[in-house]
Design a protein around this ligand. Structure first.
Ligand SMILES: C[S@@+](CC[C@H](N)C(=O)[O-])C[C@H]1O[C@@H](n2cnc3c(N)ncnc32)[C@H](O)[C@@H]1O
Length: 542
């Protein structure tokens, strides 16, 4: 029998490749048609076997079966006598018909149907699914409302309008499971961090017993043709016991992960970024200082059109533009050979590539009168429709920039985890007066830090060193991971990074223990107008 299944698996793989090749990428994206590789499917079923009782009969359901990668693995991993029933749904005849032919002589029944519209029957104790990854904006409005309402009926949780189809598959399946049944979902790990994932997490923590979430290493993309970073979520349909712990694992394989950590449900309830685990430990909110205790973090400037607004010294000279309407701006990180930007006596960055940002609040009338060369440069911009671009068009003065004073530390926030240094993000000590564009996050010392810096001039340098020592894991625990290993940190995420090591450099902070208390204590001593106050009114530059 095993030989027969092995042969069928080989035929299935050939069939899958043939059927996929007859569709365009766009067609496959529309229905989330990306098959699970055989090795992974086998591993998933092997893991499922460890979660079921030794002799328990299996009623198997795959709500999005495709050509049947999981059924095939079920047959390889479980003895035939244990399989009581196997059912799959497939909405696309292109896959359903040939798959039904392939499995005709087996126990598998494939129904041509939209799973989300089927009447549930709660008789399955093993649901394994790689659901279609269809994003919410491809769900039509009526369909979205129907899904939200049906998912609510099925699992008792209302999913966000931003939830993708895969979330609804998961919620709807609740009504197909026996009490005590097991489910294993191969889904994008995105839900662990983003807002729309909150309802999914609520479901996983309150309606079922979440057992294990394994994430693949984001640089090891599981599906060559769909760039997603995937997770496998395992749960049992039962109310979670008190003091329940969930296993989080990362990298390696599902059965032999590189890293694991047991996290109590009580901590998961309060944690918005589940991808922090297993690398980071649970944090106790009140006691742990975070970067926002020491830095106010803002994204760099979105100029509206870098080519128009950012010029080099030669261009400014050639066009005879007035230097007073320009201020220095750092070039993109690839032009910074080291993580420290020195300044000359005028505060200009000592770099080969020196750039300047056009930023003035003078009206066009004043500019016409005082700086004719600048006026004609602006007219040139208008003829290229720079003033009509979204950002420029939404400003009071189309060529004036947001207020972003130079920040003493800036951070690159888009990076790959697999760079040679192993550091996807760089913290740059900026000794110059240069501002930054939105390829950086600007870090402005809070009052607490400014006060401490006044007392200890070497402090910022030491903090910068500590920042560059934060392990990528600690930083990435806060950031988003895209398929292919691309990482991104939003200002809020950077703000939330553990800053215990920085707190240790600031005796007052340690003594008081809470940034809020210290903040009040320090603020009363500081002049209202300080160099890093980014909320100060815009400079009327000229
Ligand atoms: C990500 S693939 C997984 C296929 C297979 N289970 C595997 O792991 O290789 C998702 C499958 O679900 C099917 N599908 C998409 N929407 C569906 C729906 N509403 N109901 C049932 N199947 C659907 C797609 O046609 C596709 O074959």
């Amino acid at each position: 029998m095993k030989k027969l299944i092995q042969d069928l698996e080989e035929k299935r793989l050939a069939l899958q490749a043939d059927l996929d090749s007859k569709k365009t990428q766009a067609e496959r994206n529309r229905l989330g048609q990306f098959a699970t590789p055989t090795n992974l499917a086998t591993e998933i079923l092997e893991y499922a076997r460890t979660l079921l009782q030794e002799k328990e009969k299996v009623n198997f359901l795959d709500p999005a079966i495709g050509t049947g990668a999981f059924y095939s693995a079920l047959r390889r991993v479980f003895p035939d006598r244990r399989i009581a029933e196997a059912l799959g749904f497939e909405v696309d005849r292109h896959y359903e018909e040939p798959a039904n032919q392939l499995w005709a002589k087996t126990s598998l029944r494939i129904k041509l149907a939209d799973f989300t519209k089927e009447e549930p029957s709660p008789r399955f104790n093993l649901i394994i699914c790689n659901p279609p990854y269809v994003r919410h904006h491809h769900l039509h409005n009526g369909n979205k409302l129907r899904l939200q309402s049906q998912t609510y009926q099925a699992c008792g949780v209302k999913f966000s309008g931003l939830a993708g189809l895969y979330c609804h598959f998961l919620g709807l399946s609740h009504a197909w499971m026996t009490d005590g049944g097991i489910a294993g979902w191969l889904i994008p790990s995105e839900f662990m961090d983003v807002n729309y994932g909150r309802a999914v997490k609520h479901y996983l923590l309150e309606k079922v017993t979440l057992l294990h979430i394994h994430r693949f290493d984001p640089s090891d993309v599981q599906f060559s043709d769909a760039l997603v970073s995937s997770a496998i979520v395992w749960f049992r349909k039962s109310i979670p016991p008190r003091d329940h712990f969930v296993e989080f694992s990362l990298g390696g394989t599902l059965l032999a992960p590189r890293e694991t950590r047991e996290v109590p449900v009580s901590a998961l309830i309060h944690e918005s970024k589940w991808t922090r685990f297993p690398v980071s430990d649970v944090r106790t909110k009140a006691a742990t200082p975070v970067l926002s205790d020491f830095f106010k973090i803002k994204r760099g400037l979105a100029t509206g059109d870098n080519d128009f607004f950012i010029l080099n010294a030669e261009e400014i000279k050639e066009r005879k533009l007035p230097t007073e309407v320009f201020r220095p701006i750092l070039p993109s990180p690839r032009y910074l050979p080291t993580n420290e930007v020195a300044a000359d006596s005028k505060g200009l960055p000592q770099l080969d590539r020196q750039l300047f940002l056009l930023d003035t609040h003078l009206t066009e009338e004043e500019i016409k009168r005082r700086f004719p060369s600048l006026y004609s440069y602006l007219q040139e911009g208008k003829s290229k429709k720079v003033n009509e671009r979204y950002l420029c068009n939404h400003r009071e003065i189309w060529y004036s920039q947001e207020n972003r004073p130079p920040a003493p530390i800036v951070c690159t926030y888009l990076g790959r985890g697999d760079t040679k240094s192993g550091r996807p993000f760089r913290f740059i000590l900026n000794r110059s007066n240069a501002t930054v564009a939105n390829v950086y996050l600007a870090m402005y010392p809070t009052d607490v830090l400014q006060n401490a810096m006044r007392a200890d001039p070497g402090l910022l340098h030491r903090i910068w060193e500590v920042l560059n020592e934060i392990t990528p894991g600690e930083l990435l625990g806060e950031g988003r991971v895209y398929g292919g290993g691309l990482h991104k940190l939003e200002p809020k995420e950077l703000a939330n990074v553990d800053a215990t090591a920085i707190a240790k450099l600031i005796p007052e902070f340690e003594a008081v223990g809470s940034s809020k208390q210290l903040g009040l204590f320090v603020e009363s001593k500081l002049p209202a107008n300080n160099a890093f106050n980014t909320d100060a009114p815009k400079r009327r530059a000229g």
